[in-house]
Every structure is written in structure tokens, then in C-alpha cells.
Design a protein around this ligand. Structure first.
Ligand code: C2E
Ligand code: MG
Ligand code: MG
Ligand code: MG
Length: 292
């Protein structure tokens, strides 16, 4: 009632097999312990501006390494956290950690470099969510404009009015909002008009077809144009090849993420070096648009 649920057979199967190994109760107990005892970590994937390839931010992606299970993918433990209510503690930990780690990047890193944090629909329905975010910012000292929250269409649709009000309050405080995985759900342009968002992230499943099918390429081009018409920015997710990158550049896409530009990685000196690095010359990206 008044809710939207997505069913993904592949994720369901992954969750079932993990549960079969250990049992759901045990997995829940292990995840709870991990949240309380440094068993979680964050990896960061660069977000680059197009066509320059300059790193303008990173997306924080939660990682859970269990001593017995090994690395459990987020597609398994995030749904588990959502159904057990652990997502509130997990989500707050992710927010605090991402803000703290971004605030402690060395001074050579461009001070406008942003950090994006994924927010579950379950977190967004709680009225206290705005305070959880503000607290993470205050404790870390990170400037609000450097934090971007990624929400999904599912979250938005559950209670559009409530969601819009809460997001507007966060934006009033300077935080930016991205609509994640656009193209997988309803992909409604009406929704884009109704929600206070800054960036629309086109899902990888959409992006990967761009170089393969002319029809899909047209669709992505139209989405980019529509989003631009609404005054918002577009980020393409999951760019794996130069050909995909080139096409997205030609379509006027503002920014991108994907293995072609950089994989998610644990915080390290190497990661911070890559944040302040001069963009790699990518002549292959400039062919279509004539930008050096
Ligand atoms: P997402 O937010 O859409 O994140 C993008 C996912 O695509 C990440 O998977 C990333 O590793 C992967 N990816 C990035 N570039 C490429 C590429 O070029 N090719 C391919 N094949 N994959 C690429 P990951 O880290 O497994 O996360 C999966 C999903 O789990 C995320 O999708 C997000 O919805 C969720 N998630 C991850 N961390 C968190 C978190 O802290 N909180 C919440 N609520 N959800 C999270
Ligand atoms: Mg995301
Ligand atoms: Mg996504
Ligand atoms: Mg996703």
C-alpha cells in the first residue's frame, strides 16, 4: 500500500545462496557485528568531468568482508540491512566515514572535490535523516556543498511529497542530490520535475547499450537533452570502453564513472594522488567534439 517494490531474480538468488550457506539469522548477526566493530569499509570510485577527464569527485561504495564468508557484495548485504533495519546504523556509518575521509584528504586535492554517498529508500523515510546528515557534516567539518547524496527512483516514489520536502531541506543546507540508476525504474521525467535534484545518473545497463544499438543511443541522447532542458546535470555510470566514453561525450554528457576511468578502490596514497592528478590526455575522447 502506497509503496513500490522492485524484484530482481538475480539478487534474490545471490541472497538465497548466501543465506543457504549460513542462515539468515546468522548473516544478520554477522552484519550487525561488522557495523559495530570496523568490519565495514568504503571504496571510492572517481567521478570525472567530460570531456576533460578531470576527477571532480568520488562515489563511496560500502564493502563488507566477513571472516568466513569473505567479501559479501553490497547487492546482497544492502537488501539484508534494509529488511532487518540495520540500514540505519550502516547508512549513518557510511555517511560519517565518507565525510570524515573526504575532509581529511591532503590540501593538494582540489577543495571542491565532492564525495557521493548512496542513501537507501529506507533511510530517507525517517524524519531524523536530515539530522543524521547534518551531524556527519558537522562532526567531520566537511563543507556541505562537497557532499552529494544518491537516491533512487524507488525511494522517491514511495512518498513523493515527503521525499521532496526532505531533499529540499538538505539542499537548502547546501548538500547536492543525485538521482541514481536512472533508466532502471520508471525513469519518469515528471518525477524529475517534482524532485529537487541536481544530477541524474544514467544507469550502466543503459550506457552499455549505447555503442551496440542505434536505437538505444538515440534514447540516451534524448534523456540527456531532456535532463539538460530541466536545468540538471547528467552523469553516465559504468563506462567501460573508449567507444562508450566517446559517444557520451558527443551527446553532451557532463560527467562519468566507470572502469574506463577508474575502479572503486580503498583509500590510499595512490587514491589521493589520483584525485589531484592532471587529467590523462585522452585524444580518443575529443574526436567528436573538437575539445582538446
Ligand atoms: P550504484 O550506486 O549504482 O553504484 C555503482 C555500482 O557499479 C558499484 O557496484 C560499482 O562498483 C559498479 N561499477 C562502477 N563502474 C563500473 C563499470 O564500469 N562496470 C561495472 N560492471 N560495474 C561498475 P557495487 O559497489 O557492487 O555497489 C552496488 C550497489 O550497492 C550500488 O549501486 C548501490 O546501489 C548499493 N550500495 C553500495 N554502497 C552502498 C551504501 O553505502 N549504501 C547504500 N544504501 N547502498 C549502497
Ligand atoms: Mg550510486
Ligand atoms: Mg547507479
Ligand atoms: Mg544501484
Amino acid at each position: 500500500r502506497g509503496r513500490v517494490a522492485h524484484y530482481d531474480p538475480a539478487l534474490h538468488a545471490a541472497l538465497r545462496s548466501a543465506e543457504a550457506t549460513l542462515g539468515r539469522r546468522d548473516m544478520e548477526r554477522r552484519l550487525r557485528a561488522a557495523i559495530g566493530a570496523c568490519g565495514l569499509g568504503l571504496h571510492y570510485q572517481p567521478v570525472v568531468e567530460l570531456p576533460s577527464g578531470r576527477v571532480v569527485g568520488v562515489e563511496a561504495l560500502a564493502r563488507w568482508h566477513d571472516p568466513e564468508l569473505g567479501a559479501v557484495p553490497p547487492d546482497v548485504f544492502i537488501p539484508l540491512a534494509e529488511t532487518t533495519g540495520l540500514i540505519h546504523d550502516l547508512g549513518a556509518w557510511v555517511l560519517r566515514t565518507a565525510c570524515r575521509e573526504a575532509a581529511s584528504w591532503p590540501p593538494e586535492v582540489d577543495p571542491t572535490t565532492s564525495v557521493s554517498v548512496n542513501v537507501s529508500p529506507v533511510q530517507l523515510v525517517l524524519p531524523e535523516f536530515v539530522e543524521v546528515v547534518s551531524q556527519a557534516l558537522a562532526d567531520s567539518g566537511l563543507a556541505p556543498h562537497r557532499l552529494c547524496l544518491e537516491i533512487t527512483e524507488t525511494a522517491a516514489i514511495a512518498d513523493l511529497h515527503e521525499t521532496a520536502t526532505r531533499l529540499a531541506e538538505l539542499r537548502r543546507r547546501g548538500v547536492r542530490i543525485a538521482l541514481d540508476d536512472f533508466g532502471t525504474g520508471h525513469s519518469s521525467l515528471t518525477l524529475l520535475r517534482a524532485l529537487p535534484v541536481d544530477v541524474v545518473k544514467i544507469d550502466r545497463s543503459f550506457v552499455e547499450k549505447v555503442a551496440r544499438s542505434a536505437q538505444d543511443a538515440v534514447l540516451v541522447r534524448l534523456v540527456i537533452e531532456a535532463v539538460h532542458t530541466l536545468g540538471l546535470r547528467v552523469c553516465a555510470e559504468g563506462i567501460e570502453t573508449a567507444e562508450q566514453a566517446r559517444q557520451l561525450v558527443a551527446m553532451g554528457c557532463d560527467s562519468a564513472q566507470g572502469w574506463f576511468f577508474g575502479r572503486p578502490e580503498a583509500p590510499s596514497a595512490r587514491l589521493t594522488r589520483s584525485l589531484r592528478a592532471v587529467p590523462v590526455e585522452r585524444p580518443e575522447l575529443s574526436l567528436d567534439v573538437g575539445v582538446p
